[in-house]
Write a protein that binds this ligand. Structure first.
Ligand code: AMP
Length: 441
């Protein structure tokens, strides 16, 4: 919000007219768009519940150290992108840049580890990252997040990916699953030796930021958005080629499960995710766009996640292997529009009365009055002769039920009732039509 002040000659300040404005990187969701949000969110919740997930709601504001410790001090998110400030009690707090850390904190704080494991939780809400706004990148965006805490089994990783696959199918979105393994702490020790060897005389080819990060968190060079770093990393050894036997076995089982489920995936050794807490399996969901480069697709990733076996222990909890993922709401909706996915027509509780032939129309006139009296929202276009024209209008206004009265129906004291949501059509006794309608609405 901008507040302009103007210095007057005598030192007095005059307040100029205040013009409220949306902050950079924020977005209003207007009714035309919020229809998509509601639709996608309902699908997300339905799919999550069908896989046994329950909802958890955690605060938007947390102690800044929660994110520093979990996401990692040398990640872009913590180094550059967090909205942080001191509250009135002089505590440094942050608007959450993701949901996993808060959920992990809640898991420990409320002793959820004493319940039968694993615990499956979903959550939805805004997250904040101070990034340069551009297409598909905002400062406030919404994530739908899923976590499975207390399971080391590769079944968990595969089932999370299966859940995402089901969700994308439900939303009619075509995506590519990119998958990789980051191994465990021990694998990384081995890998870093190879990486530093490969970088021995070439560090200077990386951007300054990457050069600085190299000692603290070498994997981060793979997330760098600078073109020269991206190009350079194509020729470096990959972590996947250095993982230990146990991590390899885990990864192979995840892939075998996906094969069993006939879920296609792409092995991508460059997927490292932008956070430090991941171990073993990591994955991302990219929109399927034939001619775009890997970088372009990854820029518009619809979601991603992975295993984080060390995080809970690191926050002071018991050893708790876990796996999770998050989807970006705005990007999912944008991609639905790009891929031409239409929302199903919203059916209102309107009953549309149609009639063919003069005797049927006459009967329909009195039936229309009866329905109104029974407080049913009824519409008609009886002045139109063709049934097609009447049905077109019923469809256009999104009627839930269409009643069709023809000569035969009048003769037999029946009427056709069609549920436009299910498409099911039945012939019923015209004297029972009010009860029949109420049963269906
Ligand atoms: P991440 O854990 O960073 O991969 O985020 C998970 C998902 O959130 C991404 O795949 C995107 O769909 C979405 N996302 C991440 N950052 C942004 C952003 N700045 N603006 C909009 N959506 C984002």
């Amino acid at each position: 919000m901008r507040k302009k002040t103007k210095k007057l000659k005598k030192g007095k300040e005059k307040k100029e007219k205040f013009i409220p404005q949306l902050l950079k990187g924020m977005k209003d969701v207007l009714p035309e768009e919020s229809k998509y949000w509601r639709y996608v969110l309902e699908k997300m919740v339905k799919v999550a519940k069908s896989y046994g997930f329950e909802e958890i709601i955690v605060p938007v504001l947390e102690d800044v150290n929660l994110f520093k410790r979990t996401i990692g001090e040398s990640t872009d998110i913590v180094e550059k992108e967090m909205f942080t400030f001191f509250d009135k009690g002089k505590r440094e707090v942050a608007l959450r840049p993701e949901l996993t850390a808060g959920i992990a904190r809640a898991y420990i704080e409320h002793g959820l580890d004493s319940l039968p494991q694993p615990i499956k939780l979903f959550s939805f809400g805004p997250v904040f990252r101070y990034e340069k706004p551009q297409a598909g990148r905002q400062r406030e965006f919404y994530q739908f997040n899923l976590e499975v805490l207390g399971s080391a089994s590769p079944i968990t990783d595969s089932q999370l990916i299966a859940l995402a696959h089901t969700l994308f199918k439900e939303l009619k979105l075509s995506v590519e699953i990119q998958i990789n393994s980051l191994g465990c702490k021990d694998c990384r020790k081995e890998y870093y030796k190879k990486l530093f060897e490969a970088l021995r005389y070439k560090k200077k080819l990386l951007c300054e930021n990457c050069q600085q990060r190299l000692n603290r968190s070498p994997l981060r060079i793979f997330d760098c958005k600078e073109k020269k770093c991206k190009e350079f990393t194509y020729n470096l050894p990959f972590l996947i080629d250095s993982i230990c036997q146990s991590c390899k076995d885990h990864f192979i089982k995840v892939l075998e499960n996906l094969d069993e489920l006939q879920i296609p995936y792409n092995l991508n050794p460059r997927i490292v995710r932008g956070l430090d807490y991941y171990t073993r399996t990591v994955f991302e969901f990219w929109p399927s766009k034939g001619n775009l480069s890997e970088d372009e697709k990854s820029k518009f990733a619809l979601g991603g996640g992975g295993r984080y076996d060390e995080l809970i222990k690191y926050l002071g909890g018991k050893i708790t292997p876990a796996c999770g993922m998050a989807f970006g709401m705005e990007r999912m909706i944008e991609e639905m529009k790009n891929q031409g996915v239409l929302l199903p027509k919203e059916r209102k509780n309107i009953v549309f009365l149609t009639a063919i032939s003069e005797p049927a129309k006459k009967k329909a006139l009195s039936l229309f009055e009866e329905l109104k009296e029974a407080k049913i929202e009824v519409k008609e276009a009886l002045a139109k002769d063709s049934l097609r024209a009447q049905l077109d209008l019923a469809n256009k206004i999104g009627a839930r039920i269409v009643l069709i009265l023809g000569q035969d129906e009048v003769a037999h004291k029946t009427i056709i009732i069609k549920d436009m949501k299910t498409g099911i059509q039945e012939v019923v006794d015209v004297n029972k039509i009010i009860a029949e309608i109420k049963k269906r609405l």
